[in-house]
Design a protein around this ligand. Sequence first.
Ligand SMILES: [Zn+2]
Length: 78
Amino acid sequence: MNLFRLIIIALAVWIAYRIWQNYRSKAKKMTSSSKSQKNIPDMVACYVCKMHIPENEALRKGKKVYCSQQHLDADNES
Ligand SMILES: [Zn+2]
């Protein structure tokens, strides 16, 4: 049973790798076009969880940025 599970995991990893490779080759084609540059927003780190989010989706309070309303509230409470 363990061996069978190992094969399934190996297969899943291989499929994921192939999908990732396919995605990368598509991404390469996209960056070669001039329009794609505008679609990449600046990334900012949430003050609470340090998760990186696009600047246009971030919540701001003073100089701090937050990924969500919950984290904005959490920082205010502490
Ligand atoms: Zn956060």
